[in-house]
Design a protein around this ligand. Structure first.
Ligand code: EPZ
Length: 431
């Protein structure tokens, strides 16, 4: 298994171009199952997660063509026919969001057998809201031996679905299914994340009729068929936020491009409150810190436009060196503080109690060997390593490779001392 070694202390100066969003790309790839025509996605990130999903989609009948175009990476997905409606455990467990093939398979073929994804290290992550939504749209669902068996022999019918709480995945799954259902579907208490808007935009280019994405009420008028389309994946706000925190941690001046400051406003306000400079630009944001110590600030994670749970671990790393005590409350996932004991190995002073972590800033961190159990937790250790004395070696890099494209290269281009230590091929599993 590869590891990443970071020698801390270098200030960062330069530019980091932000990739297309992982969490949008994988839903857009799934949308390709809804049409027999090609879906052409540009600004595609090249990540382990998009590879996993490509493998599954290929099994289902897609031809997945990855290319380098003039404006970056592109993927053309073409599924003239669904050759199998079976998504096996081995593939779904590698990447939970593969579960979202269920709705499109039912919509296109009237039946599907898809593995339940199981739990993951950040929480139990049930899929009850997904299943309820599909049932409301007319699918018959049976669960046996870890699999969802779904049928809609008489087709799917539009319906009103009110989510009891906000779920990004369930909102997307309901949208991906309802676009081909007969009649109107209204999603209430829908997620408002930018990735939902991106999915709606792409579906509408394919001929769907989706209105209201980005608000809590989404109206979908079903159509008989969808066509191919060309769509650019939205910028990865979590990648942008991660490098914004990295720059604030290491100090220096970093310009993030190919992104949008408005998508990470909740984070930028906290970075400013902590004392770093933030300049919002036409194509992103510039983060500056001249060396003065940051101040501790509190955060509460929340649904968009609140502070993203996917940036919580990174912000905790930043707070380990801030002056004072920061209270970090996690409201989305019940077990998302697995990075705290690893940050403590670097010298951080953190107490976790339930969904709350108290981080008392220390004078310095010291490099050590660490590892993490999920993607965002791993990158928080890299961020801590940028400011730690000596060398930090982060294990289980396969987590990072799932969601950060060319991380060492992007940070290295700004002067960070980061290198990959090649190891044996290891397992690539989990959330
Ligand atoms: C998406 O997960 C993202 N993943 C997550 O990013 C992100 O943290 C999360 O949204 C919140 O923003 C992808 O887009 C692939 P949810 P998702 O459904 O859709 C509970 C990363 O690091 N819930 O909004 O799975 C659930 O357990 C990942 O890139 C149910 O109880 O999140 C959680 O507590 C990690 N029943 C809460 O809702 C359900 O049926 C919100 O989850 C569905 C969800």
């Amino acid at each position: 298994m590869d590891r990443i070694a970071i020698v801390g202390g270098a200030r960062l100066h330069g530019e980091i171009p932000i990739s297309g969003a992982k969490n949008s790309a994988i839903k857009l790839m799934t949308a390709s199952l809804l049409t027999e025509e090609p879906l052409h996605l540009t600004n595609m990130p090249r990540l382990a997660d998009t590879r996993f999903l490509g493998t599954l989609l290929t099994r289902l009948g897609a031809i997945v063509d990855e290319r380098e175009g003039p404006a970056g990476s592109e993927t053309i997905l073409h599924t003239p026919e669904i050759v199998s409606s079976f998504a096996p455990y081995d593939l779904v467990r590698q990447m939970r969001a593969s579960f979202n093939v269920l709705g499109p398979l039912i919509a296109r073929t009237g039946q599907a057998k898809v593995s339940l994804p199981g739990g993951c290290t950040i929480g139990a992550r049930p899929v009850d809201l997904h299943l309820k939504a599909l049932e409301t749209l007319g699918a018959q669902i049976d669960l046996h031996e870890g699999y969802v068996y779904a049928q809609a022999p008489r087709g799917l019918k539009g319906a009103e679905i009110e989510f009891p709480f906000v779920s990004v995945g369930a909102t997307e799954h309901a949208m991906l299914t309802a676009v081909l259902a007969k009649g109107e579907t209204v999603l209430k208490n829908a997620a408002c994340e930018p990735e939902i808007v991106d999915l709606a935009d792409c579906l509408n280019k394919m001929g769907a009729r989706v209105e209201g994405a980005g608000t809590p009420v989404i109206r979908i008028t079903g159509v008989a068929r969808l066509s191919g389309a060309k769509h650019a994946v939205i910028t990865d706000r979590i990648e942008a936020g991660t490098y914004a925190v990295a720059a604030a941690m290491a100090g220096g001046e970093v310009r993030l491009t190919n992104t949008r400051a408005d998508l990470i406003e909740a984070l930028l306000l906290k970075i400013e409150e902590a004392g770093a400079g933030v300049e919002r630009t036409n194509d992103g944001v510039i983060i500056r810190r001249n060396g003065a110590r940051l101040k501790a600030v509190d955060i509460d994670t929340g649904v968009y436009p609140g502070f993203a749970t996917d940036l919580q671990a990174q912000f905790m790393a930043l707070m380990t060196l801030a002056e004072g005590e920061s209270v970090i409350r996690e409201h989305i996932f019940e077990n998302r503080f697995m990075h705290a004991p690893e940050l403590a190995r670097l010298g951080a002073d953190i107490t976790v109690s339930g969904g709350e972590a108290r981080v008392r800033g220390v004078e310095y961190l010291e490099g050590a060997q660490v590892m993490a159990t999920d993607l965002r937790a791993s990158v928080s250790l890299v961020i801590a390593g940028l400011a730690a004395r000596g060398e930090t070696v982060v294990g289980r890099v396969y987590h990072l490779d799932r969601g950060f494209e060319r991380l060492e290269e992007k940070l290295g281009a700004c002067g960070a001392n980061v290198r990959r230590i090649k190891g044996d091929a290891g397992p690539e599993t989990e959330d």
